[in-house]
Design a protein around this ligand. Structure first.
Ligand SMILES: [Fe+2]
Length: 214
């Protein structure tokens, strides 16, 4: 059968396009690193504060705002194909600027910063995004700076993990962080903070996308 040279070129070009362009979902699947699960630790709240919104820097009824450097942490909740997870809820908790958790079993609890909420909860928006206003986490004895996260996707799954700050010297020796043996997974929970003066004076911001094993 005779095929014109032009037609054959078109057929070959079409075949090549199929080879180099996998379906979008397959391409994404090979890119997403599932966020590793990490211990909840001992300081998840026993009872939730009256004020538990996504702004941990201001506590209702407290005149002073939290001590520490204001830090905006935001991102998306995704599945392993890179699709947004609708309806996901996120909780965070962390110690105050002096390394004290608002938890009855926390060392120094009586001295915790009353202006720091310590725990916050939010839901992703229609675009799968969340945002918290909190403080830059600080080190406390035995731990590099970190923020605890719990992510709950109703009917789909949940994840407990921790976020770390790029450039912190104690990251290299932190037992919890280094229990994540896979290097790419470990790096996926280390967030680079940058200046956020455009958002508010003296603040920092960082992006943390949570990828669920869905
Ligand atoms: Fe902790």
């Amino acid at each position: 059968m005779h095929t014109s040279p032009l037609k054959r070129r078109e057929v070959l070009a079409g075949a090549a396009a199929l080879l180099v362009r996998p379906p979008a979902s397959l391409a994404a699947a090979s890119l997403m690193i599932v966020t590793p699960g990490q211990t909840e630790g001992p300081f998840y709240p026993l009872s939730f504060p009256v004020d538990m919104d996504a702004d941990l820097v201001r506590v209702k009824g407290q005149a002073a705002r939290a001590m520490g450097q204001i830090t905006h942490v935001s991102g998306r909740v995704l599945d392993r194909r890179g699709e947004i997870v609708r309806g996901a809820t996120l909780e965070i908790w962390q110690c105050d600027a002096n390394g004290i958790y608002n938890h009855p079993r926390a060392p120094g609890h009586a001295r915790h910063d009353r202006g720091f909420q310590g725990y916050g909860r939010t839901e992703v928006d229609a675009a799968g995004r969340y945002a918290f206003r909190t403080i830059r986490p600080v080190a406390y004895p035995g731990r590099t700076p970190h923020i605890h996260f719990k992510v709950h996707a109703p009917g789909l799954g949940r994840l407990t993990t921790q976020l770390y700050i790029a450039g912190e010297p104690q990251n290299a020796t932190d037992a919890v962080l280094n229990a994540v043996r896979d290097r790419a997974a470990r790096e996926s929970v280390i967030v680079r903070l940058e200046d956020a003066s455009d958002v508010e004076p003296g603040a920092l911001k960082g992006t943390f996308d949570v990828v669920l094993s869905l």
